[in-house]
Design a protein around this ligand. Structure first.
Ligand code: I3S
Length: 128
């Protein structure tokens, strides 16, 4: 759901509440800060919007501007190694811009779907 200048998250799209943290920004390590974020994949862009507790208010509130977006083109996606996090089901996303993110959910079916979707996106957009 796009306007000319901003990505907006359509409340009726399929997005999932996932645990997300940056671990590296512009190639520099940053302190982990796990937050619960609505996560959406739009084309080759991954968008995150802050989760608001119950979710009902968020859905009732119309569109929400994303907290941050990540361009997946030229990036990579992998399962995070044990030293990156003690949590289960952690995906590590690396962008060409030098950002590294961890994405996690306790729901292994959900996280496997996300892993596949991210892999597909990266391989589809690899040459663009
Ligand atoms: O990789 P780390 O530093 O062990 O990550 C843990 C910390 O960020 C911790 O917060 P503080 O050390 O800032 O209090 C978090 O609460 C943990 O969740 C982090 O580790 P996991 O293994 O959950 O990603």
């Amino acid at each position: 759901f796009l306007t000319s200048h901003h990505f907006l998250i359509n409340p009726f799209c399929c997005c999932d509440l996932l645990n997300v943290t940056k671990i590296t920004e512009h190639g520099k390590k940053v302190r982990k800060n796990w937050t619960s974020s609505w996560t959406v994949l739009q084309g080759s862009t991954l968008l995150f919007a802050k989760g608001q507790g119950g979710g009902t208010s968020w859905f009732g509130g119309g569109q929400s501007k994303p907290e941050f977006t990540v361009d997946l083109r030229g990036g990579s996606v992998d399962w995070a190694s044990k030293d990156k996090s003690s949590k289960k089901h952690v995906i590590e996303v690396k962008t060409r811009q030098g950002t590294e993110l961890l994405i996690q959910s306790e729901n292994d079916v959900l996280i496997n779907d996300w892993y596949r979707a991210l892999q597909d996106t990266i391989s589809t957009h690899v040459r663009t």
